[in-house]
Design a protein. Sequence first.
Length: 92
Amino acid sequence: MSYRPIISNVEEASNNEKDGLYEFIFYLADGTECRTFYNRYPEWKMTNITRLQKTPCPVCRKDFICRCMESFRDNLQQQVIDNEWLEKAIVK
Ligand SMILES: [Zn+2]
């Protein structure tokens, strides 16, 4: 069965509002956590995503760095849009 990440929460980790650069932590339903970077201008765009190495990768099962989450970027971005996760993370 192929892996399907589901975002359960998003937290803002850091930002540089002047340049429109934001760092978010994505908490996935299976316990996986990802660090993502966004550029706000001209529109919100994910520029990087890496898995935080707290739990083994749900895709390849490695507990060190891998690039698996890259392939779910579009899926995760769509969830972010559909659920307005970034707006919720920024407005606290
Ligand atoms: Zn992996």
